[in-house]
Structure formats: structure tokens, C-alpha cells
Ligand binder design. Structure first.
Ligand SMILES: [Fe+2]
Ligand SMILES: [Fe+2]
Length: 536
């Protein structure tokens, strides 16, 4: 190694930001970004400025976890006021777009009465004209779709507001990102560049391949006064080399939540990448250091922020050969096209998998399995479970699939036959609809209706019905958001009395009583699949 060549430390956190807020997929797609700026960011900032201590108290109350409360202990008011002011000044056109989307919905509801919809194009709010197609469904209810590629080429997709905030992380605590903006401080460096910029790959590559500090400073335009702090993000120490799996069959490793790495001697597959940085912590885990240099296929189950985590995807982009996503996204507001989101943040190798379609690879098949529910009864198509077949072993990664219609699995079973291994999420309480989709609504939803339409996974009955159907040998409950390093994107607080814990315990007990190997995963786990599965 040349004297000037350094490695990026494993605990350098790189948070993608959009106008100071943690960037998730809905802040990339222009229409959902506009509505979240107006209906989430501005609202929360205005509320914090008015009553910061109410936010401080709510953030200390576990019952309020994940609510619309900013986690700055009632402090940093001036900075929040500045961010609010700049948001209102610089995002005014996005707020206008958000209002126009709501107005279009109202106009169609009032005026589209079953006659030709063509005349109503004149009544589309000016800022939306040309960007939407109007239609009726077959019961004559009106609707519209965005022509999303045009929105991405308009002022409504402005990369100038994208940045990456770099700092060191040494504990699992991070504020909940849907409610708390990322304010600057002495330990952070903000890099203003579009997420698609390949310079980010050069930077993240330095985790494994040493590079010149001077060169990366110049590539990222690090100001001279920030170079000392920036230097602290690097080390001369080489990371532990990654040991690729070279044995028979496959090795499966659980990285937390729904993130699983499946490796054979020839291929590596990473499901729903949500990965921890490397630092000393109580709960042992696999980290970015435990991922191969080349990830052949990333599999995405659905477009919730705990499954499409831009922070992990951007960090791994240079290692990912293909990213397999659920085909969907026909331009509806609630289901932005995931392929466009990923293309616009620099992915070029996207494969859209459809329901019951099979991707055949070197000795390994992946079939898209329909995924119902968990989206508050909204028409969202960007969701798939994955059936992975390797060495005659079949593994179903079901993620947050909610078995609201057992007949669907009866039909699927007729095609797939029995399956050996199930991974199932059982977050069966789920947040009410407005928690995630509230900013997109054009009309308020009464509380009782909101609470009846939840982001809930399978409960005991629904889980046991899947178990009964496919005759599994192994059942793993996962995707529960239990790991302490994930609270910043999910904000779950479980106790032994929480319904998802009771329901999953019950399912595990039922499985065990039938001789099925069963476990709720937490932290880390390694499973080997040779001729017969071997638990380590
Ligand atoms: Fe989900
Ligand atoms: Fe989830």
C-alpha cells in the first residue's frame, strides 16, 4: 500500500438527504416528494417551532414512538426555523404541485360523472397539465395517472436538493427519520451531489480498496477546513477480508429485519438490503463488512422504507450487478414506479419480476410470488414475495405478506407444491394508514377508518394457514423491526405483551409441536443448506 492510501472506516455513516430530510423512495418520486414536503416536513417543522417541548415530551414516551415528533429535545429551534424558511422559499413550487394534485382529485370527484372525460383536461390545474392522463374505471369512477418520466425531467425532480451527510456512528441510537430532519453539526460533513453521481461509488469503494486521501478530497470537493474531520473517517488499517462461501449447496445469513444474504459457490443474492455499520454494540450482527465484493442479485420485496433503504442501496451500488424489483407502478400517486426511482439514483441494472414469473440463474430459480395486504387496502402493485429454489430446496421469503385471502395460497400451492423453508414477517399490529400514506390523501380519513386500514403483516391465524398449506420443514419469523439499530426507520417498541410477539410465539410453538424447526430471528443467524439443512 502506498503511504497516502487509506481505507474508509466501517462506521462512517452516509445519510442521503433531500433538503435536510432523510431521503427515502417517496422523496425521489416527484409527486410523492411534493406531498411529503407539504404534508409531513412543513407540518412537523411548523409544529416544532410552535411547541418544541411537546415534541420533546412525546419523543420520551414509548407510546408515541414513530409519531410526527421531532427528536431534538425541544432545542435547536433557530436551525429548525431556518430549515422551515428555506423549505418554504425553495420548495414553494413543490408545495404548489402538492396542492394541485389534491385539487385535481377533488375536481374529478365533482365533475367526472360518466360523460367523456376529454373536456376535463381544461380543468386540470395548470402545473399538472401534460403530466397526467385522466380516465374512468369500469364502474365509471374517475381517476388519473402521472406520466412519471416527464415529471422526472421537469423542475419537480431537482437533484440540487440532494446531498449526503457523512459522520461517524458508534451507537445504535438514531432519531426516527420520517419525523426528524438531519441538522448539520460539528461532526458532520455535507456533500452536495446528486445521488446518481459515480463519485459516491469511488468513495464507498474505499471501504475495501484503499485510495488516495487527497484524490477523494478533491473528487468530493471537501473544503480545506473540513479535511481534518474528513481524515478521521479513514484508516490505514485494512479490513478483515471477506470469506466467500465456497462449499456445497448454500449459506444463508440473516443481517436483521428482512435482509438475508444467500450465497452459493457461484452466486450471491441479497434480499431487502438494510445493513448495519460496523461498531461495537451489544447485539452482535453482520455488517457491510460481511457482504461479498460482488452481489449478483439484490431482491426487493416492496417499496416501504424498511425494505428499499436508499442509504444501504447507494453504499452498495458499485457491488450490485442486478437489482430485481417487483414490476408495478402504473403512475398512481400511492405506487410510484420503483424502476424510475432506482434509475434516477444511478442504478442501470434493474430487472422487473412479475407475479409467478421465474428468473432462472446458474442452478438457482427465483419466482415472484403474489404479496397481498400490508398496504392499507391501497392499489399498490410494487410488491412480491420470492420463492428461491436451490439444489431442490425451496425457500419462501414472504416479507410483510399478509395472508388476507388464504385461497390465493391454495392456488399458488397447486403450482409450486410444498416448500421447505418459510421466512415470514408477523408485524400484525401495523401502523394506521395515515402514518405512512397520510401526506398523499386528498381528503381526511376518519380515525376509525384510518385505524382499520393498517400496514399489518400476518397474524397467528394467517401465518398458520400458510404453514398448513405448504408443509414446511423450517419456519423463521423475520422482518419484525426488532433490531435496535433499525429504530430510525421503523420505530417499533415491542414488549412481551405486544401482539406481534404473542402471535409469532404462538406460531413458533405450533410449528415446534409439529416437529417443524422454528425460530424468530434477531440480530444475526447463519443457516447452511447442503443436502440437508444444518443449523449453526
Ligand atoms: Fe412493509
Ligand atoms: Fe416491513
Amino acid at each position: 500500500m502506498k503511504s497516502q492510501e487509506l481505507y474508509l472506516r466501517s462506521n462512517v455513516i452516509a445519510q442521503p438527504l433531500f433538503q435536510g430530510w432523510y431521503a427515502w423512495a417517496y422523496l425521489i418520486a416527484p409527486a410523492t416528494a411534493a406531498m411529503n414536503i407539504e404534508g409531513r416536513h412543513v407540518k412537523i417543522m411548523q409544529s416544532y417551532v410552535q411547541a418544541p417541548m411537546i415534541h420533546a415530551a412525546a419523543c420520551k414516551d414509548p407510546k408515541m414512538t414513530g409519531g410526527p415528533f421531532m427528536d431534538y429535545g425541544g432545542k435547536r429551534l433557530d436551525e429548525v426555523k431556518t430549515l422551515l424558511r428555506s423549505t418554504l422559499e425553495e420548495q414553494g413550487y413543490m408545495v404548489t404541485l402538492s396542492k394541485a394534485i389534491k385539487e385535481l382529485t377533488r375536481m374529478l370527484k365533482q365533475e367526472a360523472k360518466g360523460y367523456s372525460i376529454e373536456l376535463l383536461y381544461e380543468k386540470v390545474p395548470d402545473v399538472l397539465r401534460g403530466y397526467v392522463e385522466l380516465f374512468y374505471d369500469l364502474s365509471n369512477a374517475p381517476g388519473f395517472r402521472f406520466i412519471e418520466p416527464l415529471l422526472y425531467r421537469s423542475k419537480y425532480y431537482n437533484e440540487a436538493f440532494q446531498s449526503v451527510s457523512l459522520s461517524l456512528i458508534d451507537s445504535d441510537h438514531r432519531p426516527f427519520v420520517l419525523s426528524t430532519p438531519v441538522l448539520g453539526d460539528a461532526g458532520k460533513i455535507s456533500i452536495n451531489l446528486p445521488f446518481r453521481d459515480k463519485v459516491l461509488d469511488e468513495f464507498f469503494m474505499m471501504n475495501r480498496v484503499p485510495g488516495s486521501f487527497e484524490q477523494i478530497c478533491s473528487r468530493l470537493d471537501i473544503m480545506p477546513e473540513q479535511q481534518e474531520l474528513f481524515r478521521s473517517f479513514f484508516t490505514e488499517q485494512e479490513p478483515e477480508p471477506y470469506e466467500k462461501y465456497t462449499g456445497e449447496g448454500a449459506r444463508l445469513r440473516y443481517f436483521g429485519h428482512a435482509c438475508l444474504l444467500l450465497e452459493t459457490a457461484d452466486l450471491s443474492i441479497l434480499a431487502d438490503p438494510v445493513v448495519s455499520y460496523g461498531y461495537d454494540a451489544e447485539v452482535s450482527r453482520y455488517t457491510y463488512n460481511d457482504l461479498p465484493d460482488v452481489i449478483d442479485y439484490v431482491l426487493i420485496t416492496h417499496n416501504h422504507q424498511d425494505h428499499v433503504l436508499l442509504e444501504s442501496l447507494l453504499k452498495l451500488r458499485h457491488r450490485i450487478k442486478h437489482i430485481v424489483i417487483p414490476g408495478g407502478g402504473g403512475g398512481s400517486l400511492q405506487d410510484p414506479n420503483l424502476s424510475l426511482i432506482l434509475e434516477n439514483i444511478g442504478f442501470t441494472n434493474i430487472i422487473e419480476l412479475k407475479e409467478m414469473q421465474t428468473l432462472k440463474m446458474n442452478g438457482l430459480n427465483i419466482t415472484g410470488i403474489p404479496f397481498l395486504g400490508e398496504h392499507c387496502d391501497l392499489d399498490v402493485r410494487t410488491k412480491l414475495a420470492h420463492l428461491v429454489e436451490i439444489n431442490n430446496k425451496k425457500i419462501l421469503f414472504a416479507a410483510d405478506s399478509c395472508n388476507i385471502e388464504p385461497n390465493m395460497y391454495r392456488l399458488i400451492h397447486e403450482i409450486t407444491g410444498d416448500i421447505d423453508v418459510l421466512f415470514l414477517g408477523m408485524e400484525c399490529d401495523g401502523a394506521p394508514m395515515t402514518w405512512l400514506y397520510g401526506p398523499l390523501l386528498s381528503e381526511d380519513l376518519p380515525r376509525d377508518k384510518d385505524h382499520s386500514r393498517r400496514l399489518a403483516g400476518s397474524n397467528y391465524q394467517r401465518g398458520v394457514d400458510i404453514v398448513n398449506r405448504f408443509n414446511f420443514n423450517e419456519v423463521y419469523v423475520y422482518a419484525m423491526g426488532m433490531e435496535p439499530w433499525l429504530k430510525y426507520i421503523m420505530a417499533y417498541e415491542y414488549t412481551d405483551e405486544s401482539n406481534p410477539i404473542i402471535a409469532s410465539n404462538e406460531l413458533l410453538n405450533t410449528c415446534k409441536s409439529r416437529g417443524i424447526r422454528a425460530e424468530r430471528l434477531f440480530g444475526e443467524k447463519e443457516i447452511l443448506y447442503k443436502t440437508k439443512p444444518v443449523l449453526v
